[in-house]
Design a protein around this ligand. Structure first.
Ligand SMILES: [Zn+2]
Length: 492
């Protein structure tokens, strides 16, 4: 990977915080933009790109699930009742027997049971290269697979070797990693003991905290640590409070899956008398350091109360569609100016721009209206002040993603601006995609064109990690590793 003390990029078009600018020179030094100046002429040593944008944060990823993509798209062969796996999810899961999130989860458990650290490194490397090409420069790895070897239960040693595997994959590819190991203790509300498929996920709380402390020693410019619990059903409220206190004390982000599936709402109501977000608000008092992943099924009062805390919500549109989760109520969240992030979650989608497209499309399908995000942001401003939907969504998840990853303090500069981390994604001027698109619709051409755009060049923290569509960090590695492993796992 190319690294130099100072480098200058000349972009024909660049998406700056105030909108598109042309003929922009960006000087990079010590991993940050030293200057960003529009209306310039290119210098002799400049790296020239066509269309440059800030890199986005993928705020929710389970890297190992990349190996399950497109492998659960036919009904699972299971007998009625077989998917429950415990009492955690309530009667809605067991009858009638249909393919659902819960049957997919069984396939995911089977995959988790065969994931060694070496296998995870191979899968994560493949995924992270795809994420760079898809417009992401940072990834929040929400991790709960702590077995040192397949068949073993979770352990502190397992947590360490899994982190090393993922961190190595991130270094090989050059993506910024936010390592968020999460506590997983139970199979359901009421401290239900974990099922056999969940053994690799379970860590004793002391071991979990020891792992967090150990992980912080491995931090660097491209690796940060956050904390979390898997979900309200997988950790007690006492545990959730203690993990949150640890995160708050260290100034780290705190992540949790919440309100993804109706059966989870039902189980939480039965156990606590409250819906999940209400229960969390009352007992754990989330603040701006929190990221609630999914938050699909909130009622209006939960949504308004959560928006007032400053916590981010991370939606994962392609995964939520693939798993049949339901739709996040986007319009009121955007109207409240509450932080929003996106994540690739199960990895059925690895392109940030495609994720934004489906975020908006879900709302259109449900509401029978168009430009939902644009109208939501423009509420109270009058139609004349509405910005294009793609611009509204891009700016929201750029800010919200950094916030969710713990990279975006109030004073932190984000995007293509002097002082910000030099995270940049550049696209070639494909004639058909950009033909005739100037400032007003250039971002729409990236989000709403039929084919998701693939980056030509990507820079993370001042280093080129993708050049001419290829990952220099992967050139020296065996590129066929992922394919060979999948063949041996699934074609045997
Ligand atoms: Zn998830």
């Amino acid at each position: 990977m190319k690294t130099s003390a100072t480098e200058t990029i000349f972009a024909a078009w660049a998406r700056l915080p105030g909108g598109w600018a042309r003929s922009v020179r960006l000087t990079v030094a010590a991993g940050r933009f030293a200057s960003v100046e529009p209306d310039q002429r290119p210098g002799p040593g400049d790296i020239r790109v066509d269309t440059a944008l800030p890199g986005l944060v993928n705020a929710h990823s389970h890297a190992f699930q990349r190996a399950l993509v497109a492998r659960s798209e036919a009904p699972a062969q299971a007998a009625p009742g077989e998917f429950a796996g415990g009492d955690d999810v309530g009667s809605a899961v067991r009858s009638p027997r249909v393919d659902s999130f819960w049957s997919w989860r069984e396939a995911m458990y089977d995959l988790a049971a065969r994931m060694s650290p070496d296998a995870l490194r191979v899968v994560a490397r493949q995924l992270y290269a795809e994420l760079l090409a898809g417009g992401y420069t940072s990834v929040v790895e929400f991790h709960y697979l702590f077995a040192a070897e397949p068949g073993e239960p979770g352990s502190r040693r397992g947590a360490r070797v899994m982190m090393e595997a993922v961190a190595q994959a991130a270094r090989d590819v050059g993506i910024r990693l936010i390592w968020v190991p999460v506590l997983y203790a139970y199979s359901g509300f009421g401290d239900a003991p974990p099922g056999p498929g969940q053994r690799p996920f379970v860590l004793a709380e002391d071991d979990y905290v020891a792992h967090l402390e150990e992980a912080m020693e491995l931090e660097g410019a491209l690796c940060r640590v956050g904390a979390g619990v898997h979900s309200l059903r997988a950790a007690s409220m006492d545990m959730t409070q203690r993990v949150a206190a640890w995160a708050r004390g260290k100034g780290r982000p705190m992540h949790i899956h919440i309100a993804e599936q109706p059966a989870e709402i039902e189980a939480c109501l039965k156990a606590t008398g409250q819906r999940p977000v209400s229960f969390l608000l009352a007992e754990a008092r989330p603040d701006a350091s929190w990221c609630l992943v999914h938050a699909t099924h909130m009622d209006a009062s939960e949504r308004d109360m959560l928006a007032a805390t400053g916590a981010a919500v991370c939606v994962c549109p392609t995964t939520e569609a693939n798993l049949g989760d339901g739709l996040f109520g986007l319009a009121p969240w955007l109207a409240a100016r509450a932080p929003l992030a996106i994540g690739s979650d199960s990895q059925v989608g690895t392109n940030a721009y495609d994720e934004l497209r489906w975020l908006e499309y879900g709302q259109r399908l449900a509401s029978g209206t168009r430009n939902v995000a644009s109208h939501a942001e423009g509420q109270g401003r009058g139609a004349a002040r509405c910005r294009p939907t793609a611009d509204v969504l891009f700016d929201a998840v750029l800010r919200g993603g950094h916030r969710a990853a713990g990279l975006g303090g109030e004073t932190e500069r984000i995007g293509l601006v002097a002082g910000a981390a030099a995270d940049l994604v550049a696209f070639r001027d494909e004639a058909a995609r950009f033909a005739g698109h100037a400032d007003a619709s250039r971002l729409s051409a990236l989000v709403f064109s039929a084919t998701p755009p693939r980056a030509d060049r990507v820079m993370t923290a001042g280093r080129w990690v993708l050049a001419e569509g290829a990952c220099p960090g992967l050139a020296a590695l065996r590129l066929s590793e992922f394919g060979s492993m999948m063949d041996s796992w699934f074609q045997a």
